[in-house]
Ligand binder design. Structure first.
Ligand SMILES: Nc1ncnc2c1ncn2[C@@H]1O[C@H](COP(=O)(O)OP(=O)(O)OP(=O)(O)O)[C@@H](O)[C@H]1O
Length: 292
């Protein structure tokens, strides 16, 4: 697929901070691109420049090969946070208001169907649950039928079920050929939704690629997890690190490690063997855990 966005050596200085310090990447048409990083890494600043809201200090942003200009805003959709909603209006009224700002785009009925808003159209938009609010904000981001959709931490604060519902929605929108740029603090979300991710820290991109390729590049081992109590006081002798109730062992030879556990008389009933995750990669690269 050709690139819908090309970003070259993008920088943004604020008076006391170099928030973004020379980032370059491409986003393929129809893909979901994830920008990850610890607090203050420069994700929001980067995204605001890509959205055309914030002027870069230097560098280039090309949309389908052309520098972004006044018509760019017609081709992008931005899922703004709650403040974008008009107070005292119902969901239907909010949707009508934003819909009236554009001459083209899907009908209100289509937006309602796509974002599953049907059940609460007459509700005051301040009375929505977190998941319902995010679906309304997503519908508003889609009013102009954008080619490129920006989702900035769309599921932060949602309960697990609402988060899963939102992921399904994002997948269905992507299946219609839209390109998505997503920032998230949830590694599971990035793994599930993103074709490609970039991990930022201190204004730089420190890793970029498909989630599976990045995992394969950085790890050749798996993780054994077992309740510490089951190791009968032999955790350190068996090479395990104890983290609260669970003990962990990273091993490139799972068979050998399991054999040693059996030889030591450890019950394997609650043993879990898992591959490395993006969370592990994130901690390895940034030295920090993701905010949850
Ligand atoms: N308008 C501004 N003026 C001055 N400094 C700013 C401004 N916006 C952001 N910064 C600083 O730039 C750096 C990057 O901030 P940014 O919000 O882009 O990070 P982030 O990765 O999105 O963090 P978070 O995950 O907390 O949202 C931080 O040090 C932040 O304090």
């Amino acid at each position: 697929m050709p690139d819908i966005l090309t970003v070259r050596n993008l920088k943004k200085h604020f008076p006391k901070v170099q928030a973004v310090n020379g980032v370059s990447f491409e986003v393929a048409e129809g893909s979901c691109f994830g920008l990850l990083g610890p607090n203050g890494a420069g994700k929001s600043t980067t995204v605001e420049m890509l959205e055309g809201i914030l002027k870069p200090s230097s560098g280039e942003i090309l949309f389908r090969g052309e520098p972004i200009g006044p018509r760019y805003r017609e081709r992008v959709g931005i899922q703004f946070q709650t403040t974008a909603l008009q107070d005292f209006l119902t969901v239907k009224e909010n949707l009508r208001f934003f819909h009236s700002l554009y001459e083209q785009g899907p009908s209100i009925e289509e937006l309602v169907e796509t974002c599953h808003l049907g059940e609460f159209m007459d509700r005051d938009s301040r009375k929505l649950s977190g998941g319902q609010r995010q679906r309304l904000l997503l519908a508003i981001a889609l009013v102009n039928d954008p080619d490129l959709l920006f989702l900035d931490e769309p599921t932060t604060g949602l309960d697990p079920q609402a988060r899963r519902n939102f992921w399904e929605l994002v997948q269905s929108i992507k299946a219609r050929g839209k390109t998505i740029v997503l920032t998230t603090h949830y590694m599971e979300e990035a793994y599930l939704l993103c074709d490609e991710i970039a991990i930022m820290d201190h204004g730089h991109i420190i890793a970029r690629g498909t989630p599976n390729r990045l995992l394969a590049e950085h790890f050749n081992d798996s993780v054994l997890e077992i309740p510490s109590a089951e190791l009968n006081g032999q955790a350190s002798a068996l090479g395990f690190t104890v983290r609260r109730e669970a003990a962990e062992l990273m091993t490139a030879d799972v068979n050998d490690s399991v054999r040693k556990l059996l030889d030591a008389g450890v019950s394997l009933t609650h043993l879990k063997i898992r591959p490395r995750t993006l969370e592990d990669l994130f901690i390895r690269l940034t030295g920090r855990e993701m905010r949850s």
